[in-house]
Write a protein that binds this ligand. Sequence first.
Ligand code: MLT
Length: 394
Amino acid sequence: MLKPNMFYGDLKESYLFYNIAKKTGKYLEEHPDTHLYRMGIGDVSLPLCDAVIKALHEAADDQSVPEKFNGYMPECGAGFLRSAIAEHYRGRGVQLADDEVFVSSGASDELGDILDLFDRENSSLIIEPAYPAYVDANVMGGRKIVHLASGRDNGFLPTPDENTKADLIYICSPNNPTGAVFSREQLKAWVDHANKNGSVILFDAAYEAFIEDESLPRSIFEIEGARTCAIEICSLSKTAGFTGTRLGYTVIPHDLERSSMNFNKMWVRNRTTKTNGVSYVIQRAGAAVFTPEGQQQIKQNIAVYKKNAKVLMKVFDQLGIWYTGGKNAPYIWLECPNGMGSWEFFDFLLNEAQIVGTPGEGFGKCGEGYFRFSTFGSPADTEEAAARLLKLLG
Ligand code: MLT
């Protein structure tokens, strides 16, 4: 008799951002003419930059010419894009071979799919508060989850000790949701721990482009020893506004092996079986991001979001509200004022100021009492939301 994957029964009833969308949808039904200031899900508000749009048009035209037309693309990514990404890393002093880079349709897909490489008996350590998809993908796979709570005491940046035990270790830096960024020394502690225990780090680098402090690492492969214990998963969603265009990449070094199995080769085997690659047009758009023109233009967009962060941080400073993030990350993580619970604060902001954020509790139990603001909204909305926050909480 067919048996469903019973682990789905262990999932929370619905996904965090789905719950928020439902709550805001209901509010809008009841208040149809209201404008909401959306600082919940980290979805970008600025359009794709000119270099990307030009590449999209040119690539679409190629598809109309027999000599330039592309059908199936290489499963692990087009050579031109794998090489552009590897070159980008090399330009920052991280030595990678082109075939250590795999093109994907985005980090969220990849963070779940990559679990195919690991035995179901493996445990996964998740530093919380955490992006909820890490937990859900592991629950669906029936894996044991080790929850490592972090808090204000360690700046939401915990490091391992001799009691930290897990096969897979998720690290997101700059962090979603807290915006906190691991220093080189802190990441080195995780890399040494993983190498010593035979664990593998799944490093989510989706927000690396927001790091402005030069001393902070943007890739786990800037850390000595990472090539034998880490996989990096990155995305152009936040870097270049590809949330709806969908493109990401994953780095698996040739040196990463366990029990005589090579993870890079295994991923080639996996991709060649399970995908037909990302479309030619989108990969051309992705390659445009790594041109000098593309880099300059995406930085201009990122600067807009950083300015939004400054506007909000100024308000929290004025209000004396504790927060982290904002400087090297597109998220600001704050303590809910007046001892409010995080869903209580969510309802309060929605009802009293028409502002939507994300309750910290949605990122794990230790997120209770905290709240996340995304800085990806429009500058005008952010200014108005900041003024409303100041009025409401001042
Ligand atoms: C978030 O708001 O946490 C992210 O935008 C979700 C995602 O990247 O899928």
